[in-house]
Design a protein around this ligand. Structure first.
Ligand code: TXA
Ligand code: MG
Length: 341
């Protein structure tokens, strides 16, 4: 069993974690979005160890985490004016900025792109760890490649036990979906991945934000080329205005053990053997609980998971992005199913 520290790691625990990082080991730590698997971003050996621990394809670049905006100078060059405005408004927080890469950043971090993704997380433990390590931390989500992002230390333990030396436990993460990835290398910022900072919030501050068309998304943010994760069981996404109970009935009547994820207000099917995971109606509550709900249902032994979708605005854009990637079938309001995988 790995040593999992209490919710607020002590100074001693932080010092141990920082020492491991300086020696090139990967360490899992909490952020406000999901848990990250950090390694010294300026040490190629440490960065390769992250990819190894996760089983991540090497062409999928990592986000570099910093503890103060000033650290951006050594990581990026040709920093456009709009960056400063975004930093003033959204850092620390769930916004990752893609900028031209400085030669100091090892190519292992950036998947050999000429850009680097950087963010300053809004989490006391993450910030303290980066400071104590004395180096920016490259950190993907701390799940095995292909699994949902971890929102508790227990999720990290489940995926990476025996693969990494330490997990810092900061309790459940507060946002529950990953950061927004925004490319600021062109004159109009381009959204590469919807996340914890909403497009509406970004537009209020910088005006125009282009939504990356799917094709461009595939080439510009290589991570989106891979399915976000392959759930162990099939996921069927039911769009918000579609009839949920009928879909559940359909699978239940075939003798399948169905898991259902829906919000408090959904009309629930009257089948005692359908495992229901109810999430708060607020989109922030839904986002926060979603990955944990998927993991819990998978482990409960269901054959498949039906998820009720949410409106695609605000945080709902990120939630639906992750659900569409996970789903092999999307049922629309006409009851029509579209196969996606
Ligand atoms: O909230 C988060 O962003 C979490 C926490 C730990 O900070 N991290 C996270 O990392 O979700 P990861 O590796 O699971 O996702 C990083 C995303 C991928 O889609 C990747 O392709 C994209 O960021 N990315 C990284 N560097 C990039 C670059 N230079 N250009 C375009 N996209 C990049
Ligand atoms: Mg990830």
């Amino acid at each position: 069993m790995l040593p999992v520290s209490s919710y607020r790691p002590s100074r001693e625990t932080l010092a141990v974690a920082a020492a491991l990082l300086r020696e090139g080991w990967p360490v899992a730590f909490p952020t406000e979005t999901v848990y990250g698997l950090g390694g010294d971003a300026l040490n190629p050996v440490a960065v390769r160890a992250i990819f190894r621990a996760k089983g991540r394809p090497p062409n999928n670049p990592l986000i570099v985490h910093i503890a103060e905006p000033g650290q951006l100078q050594e990581l990026a060059r040709k920093i456009p004016q709009v960056t400063h405005k975004l930093i003033d408004w959204f850092w620390p927080g769930p916004l990752t900025l893609v900028l031209k890469r400085s030669p100091k950043v090892p190519s292992e971090v950036t998947g050999r792109l000429d850009t680097v993704a950087v963010r300053m997380p809004a989490h006391a433990v993450a910030l303290a760890l980066i400071q104590e390590a004395g180096t920016p931390l490259a950190a993907p989500s701390a799940n095995l490649s292909g699994r949902p992002s971890p929102t508790t230390a227990a999720h990290v333990l489940r995926d990476l036990n025996t693969r990494i030396p330490l997990i810092l436990d900061g309790g459940p993460t507060s946002i529950g979906v990953e950061s927004t990835v925004l490319d600021v290398t062109s004159s109009t910022p381009v959204l590469l991945r919807p996340g914890g900072t909403t497009v509406e919030q970004l537009r209020e501050v910088v005006g125009r934000v282009a939504l990356s068309p799917k094709a461009a998304m595939l080439t510009r943010s290589p991570g989106t080329r891979h399915r976000h994760y392959q759930p162990r069981v099939e996921v069927v996404l039911v769009l918000p205005r579609a009839e949920l109970t009928g879909v559940v009935e359909q699978y239940w009547s075939r003798g399948l053990r169905v898991g259902l994820i829906c919000s408090e207000t959904a009309r629930l099917p009257r089948r005692p053997d359908v495992k229901v995971h109810v999430l708060p109606e607020s989109i922030s509550g839904f986002a926060k609980g979603l990955f944990a709900a998927i993991r819990a249902l998978e482990e409960s032994g269901v054959d498949m998971i039906v998820v009720q979708g949410v409106e695609e605005r605000g945080l709902g854009l990120a939630v639906m992005d992750r659900l569409r990637r996970a789903a092999s079938l999307v049922v629309d309001e006409h009851g029509q199913a579209v196969v996606t995988a």
